[in-house]
Design a protein around this ligand. Structure first.
Ligand code: GLY
Length: 634
């Protein structure tokens, strides 16, 4: 009795929905199959499993499944396409999907009948709140009257059935090619006054289930062919359906997500619900990705993971959380899902902890630099900015503008009435973005988010160019690492490498000897060692002045650029370097503002302010006529 007092008889939990679904389809002759790994085993073209059908592709194509022709399961999924939308009421990066399959067994009528029975008889949904959509037909497949008739036979009135085109009523393939087909989607009306007619554009009609009729195979180069067998693939997102069943418009209200939201609220000082949702979604997804043995990195899956954790950390700061908090939330994920999943808890906690440590140490300073960069820009007026962002093709428009800008042409955006000047003043350049990425570990998406909060624009194309340039240089440096004296090409050694260029120029200026050249260099992660021709010991005063001049260039924030030049021209314009034939005919020259120009294969930082502070720790003799300086950066 006491417990009943707290029990809401209408509330449905995720675990109950799962149980009812699996039991129902088992009774209908389906075998339960495993919840497959998040990393697809058969498809190298995608990063994560995005739907229950994903691991079943070979069987939809005709291979025999050991469990038979009728299958059912719960599948964990990751979809990153809408990651920027996360923070609203419905978008999630990680979610669980219920699915049932027919591999060449029942088809449209059978699937629709079972779906309807489950919704109305098992879950007891109000028949009067159900609407469906069917495929309108095109050159690939005909109008799906079969499904519409099946719905009508079950009692769904005509005005509750709509026909829509491919963008709405076609599903798959999950990768670039593979099984796909028209679908029929089931909607539930979540509003108060139920309209007679079903309107798929009205947000109160919430999609809860999708029955896909996979009888086609999308082939390389476009077009579809008929599969050997007619399959059914259905997908029901658990979070969204549980929300609808409970009458919540916000998926974060459902049992599992609510526990996580409450955990965040306990730690947070701020109230911003969007930030809380982002933390919950991103750290839940991160825990499941880590559980696959993937660690944060700058590549592919590891990078998705890194972005999720870092964005969560920033939103933690926005909520006034000063301490480390990610592990606490992840521990709550373990608790919430302990009956359904086995977690590699220690690995996950260690990796989340390490990533948080790493990012938290650069976040503050990175945000300061961001503020400094942003303060030099002029935000676009709010109404114009919103208008621009609402243009469905605004990314393309901006790309186009930037291309034109590179070609030196004039431009303006008619639709949003934004002029070239306004855009120019509001752009965070690729170089600026790259500085935040390289030195402070800000993912590009985070820079976009920061820019959007201030009505600024981020030159993503320019950023990509910088990234590619840097990767190319890193490769070059790897190939010739002994030549340039670099042991590796980490961020630390890159900074020290740029410092040697400044040091050489400062030596020439302060010692008043233009003929000073590099006689050798060796860089580790902790320090640089630089040998140069000079006949005597340097005085303390000289060392101070050299140090001072290098630091002056750092504070100035000089841009670092490179150009490929002909060796012969390099000599003419006074570029420093060891002019040996090994450089070939065309050589790479690095320019640090107007201060230094030197032949070098790189890599270098993009701006001297990344070096922060330079300090000489030792000056000594190396060999006859050659001095050696050891120096560090803060
Ligand atoms: N595979 C069907 C769906 O994701 O809706």
């Amino acid at each position: 009795m006491f417990l009943n007092f707290f029990y809401n008889p209408f509330a449905m939990k995720s675990s109950e929905l799962k149980k009812k679904y699996i039991e129902f389809f088992k009774k209908k002759g389906h075998k339960e199959i495993i919840n497959a790994p998040l990393v697809p085993e058969n498809d190298p073209t995608v990063l994560f499993t995005t739907a229950g059908m994903h691991p079943l592709v070979p069987f939809l194509l005709g291979e025999k499944h050991p469990a038979g022709k009728r299958l059912v399961n719960v599948q964990k999924c990751i979809r990153t396409g809408d990651i920027d939308e996360v923070g609203d009421e419905v978008h999630l990066t990680f979610f669980e999907m219920l699915g049932n399959w027919s591999l060449g067994d029942y088809f449209k009528e059978g699937a629709i009948k079972m779906s309807y029975e489950f919704l109305t008889e098992v879950l007891g949904l109000d028949k009067n709140r159900i609407g469906v959509s069917c495929f309108l037909g095109d050159e690939d497949a005909e109008r799906d009257n079969t499904s519409a008739n099946a719905w009508e036979k079950l009692g769904i009135p005509k005005e509750r059935i709509v026909f829509l085109g491919k963008e709405d009523n076609w599903w798959g393939p999950a990768g670039n090619t593979g099984p796909c087909g028209p679908d029929t989607e089931i909607f539930y009306y979540a509003g108060k006054n139920i309209p007679k007619k079903f309107n798929p554009r009205d947000k109160k009609w919430v999609e809860i289930w999708n029955d896909v009729f996979m009888e086609y195979n999308k082939i390389k180069g476009g077009g579809v062919e008929l599969l050997e067998q007619k399959n059914v693939d259905t997908g029901m997102g658990i979070e969204r359906t549980v929300a609808v069943l409970n009458g919540f418009s916000d998926v974060y209200e459902i049992d599992v997500l609510k526990s996580l939201m409450e955990k965040v609220s306990k730690i947070a000082r701020g109230e911003d619900v969007r930030s809380k949702r982002i933390i919950v979604d991103h750290l839940r997804a991160a825990a499941f990705i880590l559980n696959e043995g993937i660690a944060p990195s700058n590549l592919e899956r590891g990078y998705v993971l890194r972005r999720l954790i870092r964005r969560a950390i920033r939103h933690g700061r926005l909520l006034g959380i000063q301490d480390r908090f990610c592990k606490e939330i992840v521990k709550e994920v373990f608790i919430v899902y302990k009956w359904n999943y086995f977690f590699r808890e220690q690995f996950i906690l260690d990796e989340v902890g390490k990533e948080e440590e790493k990012f938290a140490s650069t976040l503050e300073q990175g945000l300061k630099i961001t503020e400094k960069i942003f303060s030099k820009k002029t935000p676009i007026k709010k109404e114009k900015y919103l208008k621009l962002m609402q243009l469905p093709n605004h990314v393309e428009i901006l790309k186009d503008l930037w291309n034109k800008k590179q070609a030196g042409k004039d431009y303006s955006i008619k639709e949003a009435k934004i002029s070239k000047k306004e855009i120019d003043k509001a752009i965070i350049t690729g170089k600026e973005g790259f500085l935040l990425y390289q030195s402070y570990g800000f993912p590009a998406e985070m820079i976009i988010e920061l820019a959007m909060e201030k009505n600024l624009l981020f030159h993503r194309g320019g950023f990509r160019m910088e990234l590619e340039k840097h990767q190319e240089l890193s490769r070059t440096a790897m190939a010739g690492r002994f030549k340039s004296g670099l042991v590796d090409h980490s961020e630390k050694t890159t900074r020290l490498h740029t410092a040697t260029h400044l040091l050489l120029q400062a030596l020439r200026n302060i010692l008043g000897d233009k003929n000073i050249i590099q006689k050798g260099s060796n860089i580790t992660a902790d320090r640089l060692r630089f040998d140069f021709n000079f006949p005597r010991k340097l005085t303390d005063d000289e060392i101070k002045k050299i140090e001072g001049e290098v630091n002056e260039q750092i504070i100035k924030g000089l841009e670092v650029n490179w150009k490929e030049v002909k060796l012969i021209d390099a000599k003419k314009i006074g570029i420093t370097g060891v002019f040996e034939h090994k450089y070939g005919d065309r050589v790479k020259a690095y320019f640090i503002g107007d201060y230094s120009k030197e032949l070098c294969s790189g890599p270098h930082v993009t701006n001297t302010n990344e070096l922060r502070k330079f300090k000489i720790i030792k000056e000594e003799s190396s060999s006859a006529g050659v001095r050696r300086i050891k120096a560090v950066l803060e």
